[in-house]
Design a protein around this ligand. Structure first.
Ligand SMILES: [Zn+2]
Ligand SMILES: [Zn+2]
Length: 257
C-alpha cells in the first residue's frame, strides 16, 4: 500500500499546499480521497498518474475538497489522446449525486456522460464499499458538516484511516484503533479552536486512543503552522508523527491476498 499526500492545504491559498487530496494505492486500486483545487495540477507536478485513478471518494462537499472533480473528468476526456476508456467510480456521502447534478448544471449535462464511464455510489451508513481486489472502503460520520465522513481503506493486510475534516470525536479515534496510518486534519491552533476542526493537541489526543503506527497530519490553515505542532501532539501521543506536505509518500509492505 502506498499513501501519498497530494494536497495538504485548505481553503487558504498557499504556494506549497494544494487543497485536499490523498492518493491511496493498494493492489489494483488507485483511490483519490478528496479532490480540491490544484489537486489535479499537483498530481501532474508530482508525476503521479492521474490517468489511472480507479476510484474517487469525497469526504464532504466543501469546495476545498471537491472543486477539481470537473477538472479531473475533463483531464481524462480532453487532456489526453485517446480519451480515457476505463471506467471510474465516484463515491461520496448521501447528497453526492445531487452535488454532481449541480455541477452538470454548471458545466453541461455531458459532464458525467463519459468518456470515461462514471459510476456514482452514495454511501449507505455502516455499509462498506468493496473497491476491487479485496480492498474495502468504509466510512464513519464525523462532526464537521452534516454529510462529513472519515474513510478507512483496508486491503492486503493494511489499513489507513483518513479523517477528512472533523471536529474532536473519540468515536473516530476508537474506529481508527490499530490502523497502520492515520491521516488526520490539523486545521487550527488552540486559540482559534472550533468544534468542527482539530488542533494539534486534539490530533494527539485522537492518536493516543487510535494508536496508529504512523500519524500523518495534513490540512493546515496558516495560523497553525506558526505553532509547535510536533510538541503539542507529543503532549498526548508518543508514537511516530509527521507533518504531511504535498508529495509526502509512505510505502507499506502488503501481504499476499
Ligand atoms: Zn477542508
Ligand atoms: Zn470542510
Amino acid at each position: 500500500m502506498r499513501i501519498t499526500v497530494v494536497g495538504s492545504g485548505t481553503a487558504a491559498p498557499h504556494a506549497k499546499r494544494a487543497q485536499s487530496g490523498t492518493l491511496i494505492e493498494v493492489g489494483d486500486v488507485r483511490l483519490l480521497i478528496d479532490c480540491g483545487s490544484a489537486v489535479v495540477l499537483r498530481m501532474a507536478e508530482l508525476g503521479l498518474s492521474w490517468q489511472t485513478i480507479t476510484h474517487v471518494a469525497i469526504t464532504h462537499f466543501h469546495a476545498d475538497h471537491t472543486t477539481d472533480i470537473a477538472n479531473l473528468i475533463y483531464a481524462w476526456r480532453y487532456g489526453q489522446l485517446p480519451p480515457r476508456a476505463a471506467p471510474v467510480e465516484f463515491i461520496g456521502p448521501p447528497g453526492f449525486q445531487a452535488l454532481l447534478d449541480a455541477m452538470k448544471t454548471v458545466f453541461g449535462a455531458e459532464l458525467l456522460a463519459g468518456p470515461p464511464p462514471i459510476k456514482v455510489t452514495e454511501l449507505a451508513r455502516g455499509i462498506p464499499v468493496p473497491l476491487a481486489d479485496g480492498v474495502v472502503l468504509a466510512a464513519l460520520k464525523v462532526p464537521h458538516t452534516e454529510e462529513s465522513v472519515a474513510y478507512s481503506v483496508s486491503g492486503r493486510g493494511r489499513r489507513v484511516v483518513v479523517s477528512g475534516d472533523t471536529g474532536f470525536d473519540p468515536a473516530l479515534a476508537v474506529w481508527a484503533d490499530g490502523c497502520d496510518v492515520l491521516l488526520c486534519e490539523c486545521s487550527l491552533p488552540d486559540s482559534m479552536a472550533l468544534p468542527t476542526h482539530l488542533t494539534p493537541r486534539q490530533c494527539g489526543a485522537i492518536a493516543a486512543i487510535a494508536r496508529p503506527k504512523q500519524l500523518v497530519l495534513t490540512h493546515f490553515y496558516p495560523p497553525v503552522e506558526a505553532e509547535d505542532i510536533m510538541g503539542q501532539v507529543a503532549e498526548h501521543f508518543g508514537g511516530p508523527v509527521v507533518c504531511g506536505h504535498d508529495g509526502w509518500t509512505l510505502d507499506l509492505e502488503e501481504e499476499e491476498s
